[in-house]
Design a protein around this ligand. Structure first.
Ligand code: UDP
Length: 329
């Protein structure tokens, strides 16, 4: 019983590999190292460097290992880039996933965990947003992920194949033991950017709009610790192994924090009063996106360990300090 982790060298994927390592599961990784790092995964892990669209490589992996499940992270994730280059997203996310799913069906792989996104909801009308809300993504990124969800749904209806799609809210933080973290250069995510500002890697932090219809006027998001997200994937896999049916679930804590609250937390944890500037709204940003997480809470025995903003920030900041060292190597 070996698990194939696609995109296992990336931010969330590498936390997944450590989760599986800690659980003493057998796993192998496929990653093209376009945005991931081979040092981010356990040294003992087997890495196949290449594309998930390379059918020969997939066949080699299936021949060499008794793959019984796939956890699929590989893909592109930059929303503005998906607007300017949509076909890249329909290729790297939708078409590549189609090839991978087909290879799974052909090789009799019955369990598939997919990294989806709250971007499938677009600008949700009802908050907290449940899985049954209208699916109206605002970007090709969201659409490319939604299309993969639909392929999985139809594949599961036609074949002996079960999947779980986890719709991530705002993933942040880093491995509490400092083994991996968010290492992508030119990141745009708030907690990462604020940590960079606190460490002097940026001159300031911009607040993208302070006139939203929210308590303090800034955007509200549901920040989930990446290690809790990895453990949710593992529990989702165990549920399928135990005979659970295909399911789509929000992965968030159900708590909302504003940009100002995040800034306060980063300033408090870092003890640095970095400069903050008001800037115009970013195109396509929703005022508030918070998960209704009742489905994941009732279907998995998920007990988040790090559901606490200062803890998320501390782990992100610790990693950012370490990364400074790694980047200078
Ligand atoms: N944000 C901000 N400044 C930044 C980055 C983000 O004010 O430098 C805001 C953004 O407008 C949103 C929230 O922080 O309200 C979370 O944005 P992020 O890019 O982290 O995630 P998103 O929710 O867009 O996926």
């Amino acid at each position: 019983m070996t698990i194939l982790v696609t995109g296992g060298c990336g931010y969330i994927g590498s936390h997944m590999t450590w989760c599986l390592h800690d659980a003493k599961e057998d796993f192998v990784v496929i990653d093209n190292l376009s945005t991931g790092f081979d040092w981010a995964i356990p040294q003992s892990a087997k890495l196949y460097e290449g594309e998930i669209t390379d059918l020969d490589l997939l066949q080699t992996i299936f021949r060499n290992h008794d793959i019984t499940a796939v956890i699929h992270f590989a893909g592109s994730i930059i929303v503005p880039e998906s607007v300017s280059n949509p076909l890249k997203y329909y290729n790297n996310n939708t078409a590549a996933s189609r090839t991978l799913i087909e290879a799974c069906v052909k090789n009799n792989i019955k369990h598939f965990i997919f990294s989806s996104t709250a971007a499938v909801y677009g600008d949700p009308e009802v908050i907290p947003v449940s899985e049954d809300a209208p699916l109206t993504p605002l970007s090709p990124y969201g659409t490319s992920k939604l299309m993969t969800e639909l392929m999985l749904r139809d594949t599961a209806a036609a074949h002996d194949f079960k999947y779980t799609a986890l719709r991530y809210f705002n993933v942040a933080g880093a491995d509490p033991e400092g083994r991996t973290g968010q290492s992508t250069k030119n990141a745009t995510h708030l907690i990462k950017v604020a940590c960079e500002a606190a460490l002097g890697k940026r001159t300031h932090l911009g607040i993208f709009g302070d006139d939203f219809d929210t308590p303090d006027g800034t955007g509200v998001r549901d920040y989930i610790h990446v290690s809790d997200l990895a453990s949710a994937h593992y529990l989702a896999l165990k549920r399928l192994r135990d005979g659970g049916d295909s399911i789509v679930m929000n992965a968030g804590y159900g708590d909302g924090y504003s940009v100002l609250q995040v800034i306060d937390a980063v300033k408090a944890v870092s003890d640095v009063n970095f400069e903050v500037k008001k800037e115009p709204r970013r195109a396509g940003d929703s005022p508030k996106v918070v998960a209704d997480n009742s489905r994941i809470m009732s279907n998995l025995d998920w007990k988040p360990q790090f559901d606490d903003l200062p803890t998320i920030v501390k782990h992100a900041l610790d990693w950012e300090k370490k990364l400074q060292f790694k980047n200078s190597l």
